[in-house]
Design a protein around this ligand. Structure first.
Ligand code: ZN
Length: 559
């Protein structure tokens, strides 16, 4: 690793404004520069760069960090690569020999992978069986090109060629391209259609090899884990999908690489494939750079459903919005598109369901509900999910759905739920206990002059129940919204506000309406509290007429 003093040197010699300016249209506002956020889609700039502090922070999506993090994210580099490049720019020499810096080695494996990919690709045309297979799977010439689909022969050509280039056997094995069989070093992939797996930058990090004839096992052979290939990080097609995900502001997650290709062929490009597992934290960290909405279209079998459950859990934990695309009677996207076509698939995307709605249908379809035990089974499985729903109306709605489908009275299911038999084991993220209406109030009055005027006219600092919100509001009023801590304040507000507020369109009429509602809530809550206090005094004090008068005045301020 590069040591800390060198990292500090690099930071000192760079300016975050320069790095940000290479990618973004910055405009100055107060102490900061603002731009449209490169990490989430927005219409008004909430991405700020502070020259004095040398940090960036997005008030919309919460991304934040220093010049190195920004450079990493803007250029899709990992930390090591970012440091190397920034060191060069900052004219600081980094000794890579004595550190366990992985960059140089990484580059060799990536270079070789690319050469192998090209070889497979050229080789495809020499193999009739492979071409026929792709035709049968409805994969067209454009996709073969876009996804660099190739073919591996059984002649150990790759191994021989690379050994001639003075690569050691150990290296070839550790790069996942060769393997030992019968005491001989042989090609890892033989007689397979080859699908290169790429990272976000488009580097080839590994391969999926699929047999042509289904009776050969294993049907799919993946690269082993190497220093650049980690199964839990792979999002097949991300290099092609990333732009479209940003534009559409959601990503479709599927299982197979063929599903990704098939969707691309009909023009749906915001789609990536996970390698037959559930979504991992690594996947989410990548996805979050582009969107916070995840649509699942995993295989419609029991393994796929289990993967879906685990995936939903982790998206909930990360505060992402998730939906499920139902594929009806089809096993996967590939089958669905071939059977029903593009427009039906688009319908399915538009009508993607909440996980709970999807689960109700799924569990009922896959259980024998003619029998009473079957019904109980379904209820037991579904109640934990229903308890995840955020409000009582939603919970009741889902219970009534189950009630209708199973022909069991609503109240019976409700009782069952109350007894706690359906307690959730999924932990929902805890929200900080600050009155959310007050946070939203502060957010709105910081948004525009017009809202500020309305807000400050109606709400006095003492109306605030939260001690922090009261402090912040006082500060804003004292400094006429121009204090030097305003960005820190914005940062605090943005990190604590409910996400749905931020996701709302920044349209002034809507915001004004919201502000008036919030004013009503804060004002009336305050009045109620004060009246309650006075009523308590009423019994112990003598000057009751004074207190009664105060109550009368307060009551008249009720909106
Ligand atoms: Zn952002």
């Amino acid at each position: 690793m590069v040591d800390k003093s060198q990292i500090d040197d690099i930071k000192r010699n760079l300016n975050i404004i320069d790095i940000a300016g290479e990618h973004l249209n910055l405009r100055r506002s107060g102490n900061s520069y603002f731009a449209l956020c490169p990490f989430h889609q927005e219409k008004t700039p909430s991405f700020s760069v502070n020259e004095e502090l040398q940090i960036f922070h997005c008030f919309g999506c919460g991304e934040s960090g220093d010049v190195i993090t920004l450079f990493e994210k803007l250029n899709n580099l990992d930390f090591n690569d970012a440091i190397l490049e920034l060191a060069q720019r900052a004219h600081i020499k980094i000794d890579t020999k004595n550190s366990n810096y992985k960059g140089s080695n990484n580059k060799e494996i990536l270079r070789i992978n690319k050469a192998v990919e090209d070889f497979f690709y050229k080789n495809l045309n020499n193999n009739k069986g492979a071409i026929e297979y792709l035709k049968k799977r409805n994969i067209n010439a454009q996709s073969i090109k876009d996804f660099s689909i190739g073919y591996s022969e059984s002649n150990d050509h790759i191994t021989k060629k690379l050994l001639l280039k003075n690569l050691t056997k150990e290296k070839l094995i550790s790069y996942g391209l060769s393997t030992m069989r019968d005491n001989k070093i042989r090609d890892k992939f033989r007689n397979r259609i080859m699908f290169p797996i790429k990272n976000i930058k488009g580097d080839t990090i590994g391969f999926i090899g699929r047999v042509i004839k289904d009776d050969v096992k294993p049907k799919y052979l993946n690269s082993p884990e190497t220093e650049v290939f980690k199964k839990s990080e792979v999002l097949y097609g991300i290099n092609i999908a990333k732009k479209e995900i940003l534009q559409k502001d959601f990503v479709i997650i599927t299982e197979g690489n063929i599903d990704v290709i098939q969707a691309n062929q009909v023009g749906i490009k915001n789609i990536v494939g996970i390698q037959g597992t559930a979504l991992s934290q690594n996947h989410i960290d990548t996805i979050k750079r582009y969107t916070n909405k995840v649509y699942f279209a995993l295989d419609m079998d029991s393994a796929g459903y289990k993967a879906l459950q685990r995936s939903i859990e982790i998206t909930e934990k990360n505060d992402l919005i998730s939906k499920v695309i139902s594929l009806d009677d089809c096993k996967d996207i590939d089958e669905f598109i071939r059977k029903y076509g593009k427009s039906k698939f688009i319908d399915k995307i538009i009508n993607a369901e909440e996980f709970i709605t999807f689960s109700i249908k799924y569990e009922i379809k896959n259980t024998d509900i003619e029998k009473y035990e079957g019904k109980i089974d379904v209820i037991k499985k579904l109640l934990p999910l229903i308890n995840m729903a955020t409000n009582e109306i939603k919970r009741s709605y889902y219970i009534s759905e189950i009630s209708k489908n199973l022909d069991i009275p609503f109240e019976t299911i409700k009782d069952f739920q109350k007894k706690g038999k359906g307690k959730t084991n999924i932990k929902l993220q805890k929200k900080i206990k600050i009155p959310s209406s007050e946070i939203y109030f502060l957010y709105l009055i910081l948004e525009s002059k017009k809202l500020r005027d309305i807000g400050t006219r109606s709400i006095k600092p003492e109306y605030m129940r939260g001690s922090n919100t009261k402090k912040i509001y006082n500060y804003l009023l004292e400094t006429d919204f121009k204090g030097e801590n305003i960005n820190k304040i914005k940062e605090v507000i943005f990190k604590n506000i409910n996400k749905e507020y931020i996701e709302k369109d920044n349209n002034i009429e809507e915001m004004t309406k919201d502000l008036n509602t919030i004013i009503k809530i804060i004002n009336n809550t305050y009045i109620k509290k004060e009246i309650l206090k006075l009523k308590k005094e009423l019994s112990s004090e003598n000057n009751s007429s004074d207190i009664l008068e105060k109550i009368k005045i307060l009551s008249s301020n009720y909106i």
